[in-house]
Design a protein around this ligand. Structure first.
Ligand SMILES: NC(=O)c1ccc[n+]([C@@H]2O[C@H](COP(=O)([O-])OP(=O)(O)OC[C@H]3O[C@@H](n4cnc5c(N)ncnc54)[C@H](OP(=O)(O)O)[C@@H]3O)[C@@H](O)[C@H]2O)c1
Length: 239
């Protein structure tokens, strides 16, 4: 037990890393620097969404050193990582262009994205606009597409997808415009407190697609893998 939490606190955080075994269990072991007291206004389901994907999203935005007013494109914007990338960018005052499918366009617009491209009906690769920063989340596009859409001094960060991260890091050998963060064992400094501060200011809302009982784990994973989840899929520990 760390100084940051005491017995009886409602907590949230990340049960992943070298010394932990995951969270699909009645009891979970968590490193003390990866756990914090959750906000009173959050349900356990909401708090559970603000962990690995938020951490990864924050690491990506920090890597890109995004500043207020910059034009930032987010590809794969509506998923578990992408929705937090959008919310963090908007909180920083960036002008966000989100790329997602038709059913998620309204969500991205409501968040406050300046421009939303529906990849089902529009070809974002044909945009004439050039971006200061591109955050690629899902690894669905080749680096050449992102290269074309970057300003000469722009930066691409691959966020989350490990295959895409490898490709971006190889490309970095030839161009410093490319880099990546993957869902790493090392957490972004202070990410839990940062999430809470954004939420307290009304700049972060956990996005839950579906909640499953722990008895339905297989269905939850199947849905996550096959159905383009919007935000997070939650498994309730109702043993
Ligand atoms: N989620 C986490 O907690 C987490 C944490 C660390 C790392 N990662 C890794 O980070 C990456 C991103 O994860 P994620 O959970 O955000 O979601 P993801 O499953 O990789 O997909 C993100 C979004 O991309 C869109 N998409 C899917 N297929 C597409 C396609 N063919 N063309 C264009 N868009 C497509 C979907 O949105 P539409 O429905 O709008 O198409 C989907 O919601 C993954 O590689 C994951 O393993 C995830």
């Amino acid at each position: 037990m760390g100084d940051n939490v005491k017995v009886g606190d409602k907590v949230f955080g990340k049960a992943a890393g070298f010394s932990t075994k995951g969270a699909l269990a009645e009891y979970a072991l968590m490193d003390k620097d990866r756990v914090a007291v959750m906000l009173e206004c959050w349900s356990f389901e909401e708090a559970s969404c603000v962990s690995i994907s938020f951490d990864t999203a924050l690491a990506g935005v920090r890597k890109a050193q995004v500043k207020a007013g910059q034009n930032v494109l987010v590809y794969g914007a509506s998923g578990g990582v992408g929705n937090y990338v959008m919310q963090i960018l908007l909180a920083k005052g960036a002008k966000v262009t989100a790329v997602c499918s038709t059913r998620n366009v309204a969500y991205a617009k409501k968040l406050g994205c300046q421009q939303v491209i529906d990849y089902k009906t529009e070809d974002f690769t044909q945009l004439s606009q050039r971006f200061d920063v591109i955050l690629g989340i899902n690894g669905c596009q080749p680096m050449a597409v992102y290269q074309k859409l970057l300003r000469p001094d722009g930066i691409f960060v691959g966020v989350g997808n490990s295959k895409q991260a490898s490709i971006a890091l190889v490309k970095r050998i030839f161009s410093k415009q490319f880099t990546a963060v993957a869902g790493a064992f090392k957490s972004a400094d202070g990410y839990l407190d940062y999430a809470k501060s954004l939420a307290e200011r009304g700049q972060l809302t956990p996005l839950i697609d579906k909640v499953y009982s722990v008895c339905q784990v297989q269905g939850a994973v199947r849905y996550l893998v096959k159905c383009h989840a919007k935000g997070k899929v939650v498994i309730r520990a109702d043993f």
